[in-house]
Design a binder for this molecule. Structure first.
Ligand code: ZN
Length: 184
């Protein structure tokens, strides 16, 4: 069976399971309300599974992913929505070892050149995409970058972690507490 058909089959099964779970409307209600005010910013890498790593259950966090989990233009609109619409008060930044951003970083200029040769200019899209050369260093850099952004509210606490995809260890690298309000 083609992969896309397997996915469609799973979606049909999920719909039945969802309706079973939501017989009394509790699941929809649960999903509509954030139980924990958490936003996780992490890499799109499939080995980083924030729900498992942080023990998050249904409806307990917003997760924003991009290549590397870097704080850049691609991530900011989603972040603003989580703090303003979803009232997230705790931001957790996770970068990881063996990241594509560690390896692809060296090839960034070559990739841009290869696309340019086909008439596609990606320089704007990659303008603030920073490769990772040192995982803990990039976590420190991004927590600071997030805190220094004027749109990031003072009542949001920001924590930065490095995740080891070979051992499953999550190591705290840095944190910047909320400047106002209660710590979440
Ligand atoms: Zn990655």
């Amino acid at each position: 069976m083609p992969l896309i058909d397997q996915l469609k089959d799973s979606a049909a099964k999920w719909k039945a399971e969802f309706q079973q779970l939501d017989k009394e409307g509790k699941l929809v209600k649960q999903l509509a309300t954030m139980k924990k005010p958490i936003v996780v910013l992490c890499c799109m890498d499939h080995r980083v599974i924030p729900e498992k790593i942080l023990g998050l259950g249904v409806g307990e966090a917003e997760v924003i992913r991009n290549g590397g989990g870097r704080v850049n233009k691609s991530l900011l609109p989603s972040f603003v929505i989580t703090q303003d619409l979803c009232q997230c008060k705790l931001a957790v930044v996770i970068h990881h070892n063996d990241c594509g951003s560690c390896h692809l970083g060296q090839r960034k200029n070559e990739i841009l050149q290869e696309y340019k040769a086909k008439g596609i200019d990606l320089s704007d899209a990659f303008a603030d995409w920073e490769p990772i050369t040192d995982v803990k260093g990039s976590v420190v850099e991004d927590v600071k970058k997030l805190r220094d952004l004027p749109m990031v509210r003072d009542d949001v606490a920001i924590y930065g972690f490095a995740y080891d995809v070979n051992t499953g260890e999550l190591e705290e690298v840095t944190h910047d507490p909320a400047k106002t309000g209660n710590q979440p």
